[in-house]
Every structure is written in structure tokens, then in C-alpha cells.
Design a protein around this ligand. Sequence first.
Ligand code: NAP
Length: 283
Amino acid sequence: MQIIDGKLVAAKTREQIAKEVAELKSKGYDREIGLAVIFVGNNPASEVYVRNKIKACEEVGIKSYLCKLPEESTFEDVADTIEQLNQNPDVSGMILQLPIPKHLDENKLIDLIHPDKDVDGCTAAQKGRLWTGRDSLIACTPYGVMKLLDFYGIPLEGRNAVVIGRSNLVGKPMAQLLLDRNCTVTLCHSRTKNLKEVTSSADIVVVAIGKAKFLKADMVKDGAVVIDVGMDRDENGKLCGDVDYADVAEKCSYITPVPGGVGPMTVTMLIANTLQAYKSTAK
Ligand code: NAP
């Protein structure tokens, strides 16, 4: 059994990004390579995520802009901020930090982001591009999972992959990316019948449901690759994933731990996407 080291892959990827950013700067460039984070309200978990994103930008030499808006902001307030960032040439990419306050229409706001600056891959335009096999800015978490699979040289073609969870942010793009690499993909959700039967035949299982230690050893076959996207708390309040790691690990050929698996890749792919967005609009 091999543990997939997300910290290692993230560090190597960031090193590569920092090198590329430094090269672009040394050649002289007419705009900043910049990421804007729009943070509406004061969700405490988001505070941590936002800080990590800003820190990651600093680490690789990308400029960051934190646009903090109060909880009671109107749709127009947020829309105006997005529009200003759309117009700002020094902002290569932007993200709307989720969740946003309930009175705001999330999908409508997201779709105001210019697709070329949608570094979270969450606008309808970028999702459509991914779904139809065009070049796209890919949602950061599933993109990070693909990087991990590739770093470890895990073969994908013709293999049975099961994704549990069908969110727009993780499950659906994950299934699409595996399909693009010629896996035979089954996408499961809370109404799936006989989930255990489905997962037991999978060569690769990706779990993204938000239920602590949900996937047990009797749900995976010997030698399976298990990728745990979950970020949950166990009965003692300790960070854990959707996979019961202690139970499942011995059966796997590869497994991601939580923490230190998929998590470090998400922010890394956000900065990778920001660089890609800059380059694809460079003159
Ligand atoms: P989400 O939007 O809440 O979606 C959860 C999905 O899981 C839904 O499709 C739901 O099915 C399905 N589901 C729930 N219970 C299930 C069950 N018992 N059996 C089968 N399917 C079930 O969640 P998300 O945003 O995709 O996030 C999933 C997890 O990943 C969370 O723990 C989140 O914190 C974590 N996450 C981690 C990162 C990272 O960087 N590591 C990034 C993003 C998310 P229905 O559609 O039928 O309701």
C-alpha cells in the first residue's frame, strides 16, 4: 500500500509555478499576475481558507486582492465588485468564496465572473467547456486529484472508477475528468441503491460526500485506489475524511490521507489556474 503524499505533490507543483512566475516577471510584463478573492460575510471556516489562498499567492509571487464585503451586502454590491474585477487587467482570476450569505443568488453571481477569469472553474461557461472536451479552467479539487493520480503514475484507461458525491464543485467535474481519461465511470449519490456493490467492483474510488469515515473496508476491493476528498470531523472533533482510513488502508494499492492528501492540492491548483488564466489572455 502506498500513501499518496499531497503535501509533496503540492510543494513540487508550487515550486514549478513560482519558477514560471519568476521567469515571466524577469522578461518584463505589462500586467500583474493576480488573484482576487471575494469574501462576503464572516464565515469562520472561510476565513481560514481565504488566508491560505492569499498565503499561497505570496509564496509563488502572484499578487492577491482580498475584496471583503459585509454580510448584509446586496446582490448589486457583489455584482459591482465582480464587474470591477472583470475590467481590471491586473486581476487574472477571481473566486467568490463559498458559502455566501443565503439571501444572495450564488449561481447568478458566479455567472457574472468573466469565464476567462473563472479560476475556480465554476461558471456555466467553464463547466460547459469541460463537459464538451474543450480546454477549460478546471475546478481546483478534482483537478488536484488528477494531478495526484498522474504524479504516482496510476493507470486510468479502461479502469472502473466510482465517484461518490455529485456536487457541481467536486463530484460532477471529477467524473468528467476520469471519463476524459477513458475510465468507465459510475457517479453515485445519496439515492444510489446497493452502493456497496457498486464500489466493490471499482478499481478507483473517489469519495466526496462530507460524511466522516463513511467508506469502510467491506466497500472496496483488494488493490483499489482510494481518493478521499472529504474534510470532516470525527467523534473527537479531529479532522478526518470520508474514508475510514484505519479500516480501509490495508486493502488499497494507493490511498490519500486526511489531512495531507487532496487538501493541499486544492489551493495549489487555484494558483496554477491563475497562472493559466494570465497566460491564456497574454498578448
Ligand atoms: P456537497 O455539495 O454537500 O455534496 C455532497 C454529495 O454527497 C451530494 O451529491 C450527496 O448526494 C452525496 N451524498 C451525501 N450523503 C451520501 C451518502 N450517504 N451516500 C452517497 N452519497 C451521498 O459536498 P461537496 O462540496 O462536494 O464536498 C464533499 C466533501 O468534500 C466535504 O467533506 C467537503 O468539505 C470536502 N471538500 C474538500 C475539498 C478539499 O480541498 N479537500 C474541497 C471541496 C470539498 P445528493 O446529491 O443525492 O444529495
